[in-house]
Write a protein that binds this ligand. Structure first.
Ligand SMILES: Nc1ncnc2c1ncn2[C@@H]1O[C@H](COP(=O)(O)OP(=O)(O)OP(=O)(O)O)[C@@H](O)[C@H]1O
Length: 243
């Protein structure tokens, strides 16, 4: 579980987080929405210690991020917008291997993690392909594989769908939903609630550095427009769950 309590964070005079208390359970697929500048990115950067709060606390599986930021960074995988800017290698497998190699894992373990992570995003057998030859959706899935190869318990994606067409978006969402089904907590930051909200277990809308709405998408999405988030019809949550 990722848990924040009364988080406050300012950039100089700008108070970006103004008392955020939020818990994300294991296996929960949470969509974090909100208008530009509402504090979404600032919040998720606290989850793995990329930023330190002015006050308040963050724990990951009960351990304070401030006390053990290295642990938080390995437990919480992060995928940022524009994955192509974050790639460090020329080919798919080399890029996904980069993180686990840096952990000092042996070759066999790295190879296994690369294989499993690529399979999890339906990119199995494509390790030798060049990243610059992939579609935007495939690149997004490789970026997710790179985070999965670190074997995290939680996965946070900041605007992972930017620039993706509909089928690519669906493929990425499908994978994320499956990961949540397998027990990973998945947090997706997005402006756009189309299709995401129908898959998510929970929708949190931020406004002015605070949690403005929090609940099952079907219950809260109608109010999202009040906070400059595009409303969409939602038929229910957790459609991805299979008995
Ligand atoms: N590096 C920075 N320096 C100064 N102010 C910043 C910085 N990053 C963010 N801010 C400000 O902090 C507030 C919250 O920004 P943040 O990026 O967390 O919001 P967001 O909801 O993720 O927005 P967006 O959807 O545009 O990415 C905004 O007022 C923003 O202008």
């Amino acid at each position: 579980m990722i848990r924040t309590r009364d988080l406050v964070f300012s950039y100089g005079e700008v108070r970006a987080l103004d008392g955020v208390s939020l818990s994300v359970d294991d296996g929960e697929f949470l969509v974090l929405a909100g208008a530009n500048g509402s504090g979404k990115t600032t919040l998720v950067r606290q989850f793995n210690g990329l930023a330190t709060p002015d006050s308040g606390s963050v724990t990951v599986d009960g351990v304070s991020v401030a006390d053990d930021p290295v642990r938080a960074r390995t437990r919480v995988g992060m995928v940022f917008q524009h994955p192509r800017d974050c790639f460090v290698a020329a080919t798919v497998a080399a890029d996904v291997a980069f993180g686990p190699e840096n952990l000092g894992l042996d070759h066999e373990t790295v190879d296994r993690r690369v294989e499993e992570s690529l399979a999890a995003v339906r990119m199995a057998g494509r390790g030798d392909e060049r990243l610059d030859a992939l579609s935007g959706g495939e690149q997004a899935r490789v970026a997710i594989a790179g985070a999965l190869a670190m074997d995290p318990d939680h996965l946070v994606l900041d605007e992972p769908f930017a620039g993706l067409d509909w089928p690519a978006r669906e493929a990425v969402l499908d994978r994320l939903a499956a990961l949540a089904d397998d027990g990973m907590s998945v947090v997706v930051v997005t402006h756009d609630l189309r299709d995401v909200a129908t898959l998510a277990d929970r929708l949190v809308v931020m406004a002015d550095g605070r949690v403005a709405l929090d609940g099952p998408p079907a219950a809260v999405v109608d109010r999202a427009a009040e906070f400059d988030v595009r409303p969409v019809p939602v038929s229910g949550n957790a459609e991805h769950r299979t008995p």
